[in-house]
Write a protein that binds this ligand. Structure first.
Ligand SMILES: Nc1ncnc2c1ncn2[C@@H]1O[C@H](COP(=O)(O)OP(=O)(O)OP(=O)(O)O)[C@@H](O)[C@H]1O
Length: 310
């Protein structure tokens, strides 16, 4: 049994993951630079960003697979090299490393032998849900079936933080639905925290309640999804309509004689504009199209080192 969460912020509750100024450079190029955010315990966090933004690099850093060039990462208040910290983290990497010559049963047995904490029934259930025979050789499995075996290995370890790099990309619709249900059950029943990357907004909308967006070399958005959406407003007006000067403009787009603006700031929309709450997809697309849009990191998502004041 793992210890209770090590860090408890009196006002913000326990923290699962905190990264501060985290960066990784390969040669002259930064794969990830100056990345700072906080992920509270028990949340299911979507990690979003354009290709090459550094999502996989961030996941490798926070699971201790790769050493940072700059900054630090803490899991449940401890550095990754502290004893037992790595054991609390489960990873399903994008390249799904498994031994092709092993059967599924042998793979799960290896999981049991390599991990102090192991729930064999849970791991077998994940495999059985996908109707994968335990006697099948891993090398003969499809990409989606291999993903499922990796998930079984990750969940069998009973991690407190589960890091999933595009886990849905090769799963069929039923398997995606099952995975979403599994993650929500793990979060509700065991308080597991999930950090999951995906390019498919619908998947994230169904399963995630927290968001981190990487773009343009840093964190652009971080926080509770509802809070992030509530901070934005979509304004639609005629080409000649002027935006309120106090509005913090994320993006404006022109189509025909109409202008659509995504803005922040709690200001009354002038009569010339029609106002609505944007969808997650509208907010994400606007930030992905506009890498220099103003950053929003909610108070809850700020690492302690940056302070909680706005
Ligand atoms: N081992 C490595 N050696 C050199 N460069 C690397 C290495 N790993 C990543 N990079 C570079 O770092 C940048 C970020 O890569 P990363 O895979 O983290 O992005 P990503 O956001 O996960 O992308 P995608 O959405 O395409 O999966 C890219 O420019 C990539 O080429």
């Amino acid at each position: 049994m793992n210890e209770p969460y090590a860090v408890e912020d009196a006002e913000r509750g326990p923290t699962a993951l905190e990264v501060q100024g985290l960066g990784k450079r390969y040669g002259q190029n930064w794969a990830l630079k100056d990345c700072s955010f906080r992920l509270p315990a028990g949340r299911i966090c979507a990690l979003v960003g354009p290709n090459g933004a550094g999502k996989s690099t961030l996941m490798s850093l926070v699971t201790g697979m790769v050493a940072p060039t700059a900054g630090r990462a803490e899991v449940f208040g401890r550095p990754l090299d502290a004893p037992d910290t790595r054991a609390r983290v489960g990873l399903v990497a994008q390249d799904k490393p498994l031994y092709a010559g092993f059967t599924v049963a042998e793979t799960l047995r290896l999981g049991r032998e390599l991990n102090g904490t192991w729930d064999g029934a849970k791991a077998e259930e994940v495999v059985a849900q996908g109707r994968i025979p335990l006697s099948a050789r891993v090398g003969s499995l499809s990409g989606g079936q291999r993903t499922r075996v990796c998930l079984a290995l990750a969940l069998g370890r009973l991690p407190d933080l589960l890091v999933l790099d595009e886990p849905m990309s090769d799963l069929d619709p039923l398997a995606r639905h099952q995975l979403t249900g599994m993650l929500m059950a793990e979060a509700a029943e065991r308080g597991v925290t999930v950090l999951m990357s995906s390019h498919v907004v619908a998947e994230l909308q169904d399963s995630c309640d927290y968001l981190v967006v990487l773009a343009g070399g840093g964190v652009k958005l971080a926080g509770d999804i509802d809070e992030v959406l509530d901070a934005h407003r979509l304004l639609v007006g005629a080409e000649t309509a002027e935006l309120p000067v106090e509005a913090e403009v994320v993006e404006t787009r022109h189509s025909g004689r109409q202008v659509t603006a995504l803005v922040r700031g709690n200001i009354p929309a002038p009569a010339a504009w029609q106002e609505s709450r944007p969808t997650l997809e509208e907010v994400l697309l606007a930030h992905l199209r506009t890498p220099d849009a103003p950053t929003l990191i909610t108070a809850e998502a700020r690492p302690a080192g940056l302070g909680v004041a706005a």
